[in-house]
Design a protein around this ligand. Structure first.
Ligand SMILES: O=C(O)CCC(=O)C(=O)O
Length: 243
């Protein structure tokens, strides 16, 4: 079981590669309890703010082993911007096209980062998480709306925005897919259940469809910003302290 803080070597790897896998963040009990809880809830969209009202979700997002690592990586007090539980079904459940989170959550200063937790054993054969190492040091890439409906969810949504100066506007966001990506750069991660991946807001990441017969790919992601960060999207502006 991982305990305490990350080593200097791990922090440097996160900064260089844009992501860091940390084993055994959650106990088998925690995994079981959350999965059973979700399995017994009615199906349907969960929204992005469950951690505000649901103690099960809050427990994962505010996890006492994870939040100090987030604090260490972002250099300040983490606040929770959004949470997502992604239960990707076997036999074709679609993934999220490779993107940078900053495309969806513009924030300033840019302190956004994620902790993605595997709730089942995940790898290429069940649509596991993919990253592009080093992409966090390349700025924002051009992107288009995801094209391949067999692999990736496709959507467009209007969001209300409000800038730090009080200006308000509406903006249409789509299911972004990086345009200029060399497929050879994509790393297909194997992340066992209970382990996590920390990544930055500029790290290119996403996943493909789950081609397995019977292996669901279950993952929970929390997106954090450092206290004092402004997020343009109004639906995410009411942030919760993670600790
Ligand atoms: O798990 C995935 O398929 C992608 C997750 C993702 O985009 C995120 O956590 O920001």
């Amino acid at each position: 079981m991982a305990s305490g803080l990350l080593s200097q070597e791990q922090v440097t790897r996160f900064q260089q590669d844009g992501y860091l896998i940390v084993p055994d963040l959650l106990t088998p009990d925690e995994l079981h309890t959350f999965k059973e809880y979700e399995r017994n809830r009615p199906p349907g969209p969960r929204g992005l703010q469950n951690h505000r009202s649901d103690p099960q979700w809050a427990h994962i997002a505010k996890h006492p082993r994870i939040v100090p690592m987030v604090r260490q990586l972002m250099g300040g007090r983490p606040q929770i911007a959004q949470t997502m539980y992604m239960a990707k079904a076997p036999q074709g459940g679609t993934g999220i096209a490779l993107h940078q989170d900053f495309m969806y959550i513009r924030n300033s200063p840019n302190t956004l980062m994620a902790c993605w937790l595997a709730f089942s054993d995940t790898d290429r054969a069940n649509g596991g998480l993919c990253v592009v190492p080093g992409s966090n040091r390349e700025g924002l890439h051009p992107a288009h709306k995801a094209q391949d409906a067999r692999q990736h969810a496709s959507w467009e949504t209007n969001y209300s925005m409000r800038g730090p100066d009080g200006r308000e506007w509406s903006e249409r966001l789509v299911s972004f897919e990086i345009s200029d990506l060399d497929p050879a750069r994509i790393e297909y991660l194997s992340v066992p259940q209970g382990s996590g991946v920390f990544f930055t807001s500029l790290t290119i990441h996403g996943s493909f469809a789950n081609p397995s017969d019977d292996r669901p790919r279950l993952a929970f992601a929390t997106h954090y910003v450092r206290q004092g960060t402004w997020i343009d999207r109004r639906d995410l502006q009411d942030m919760v302290d993670a600790e």
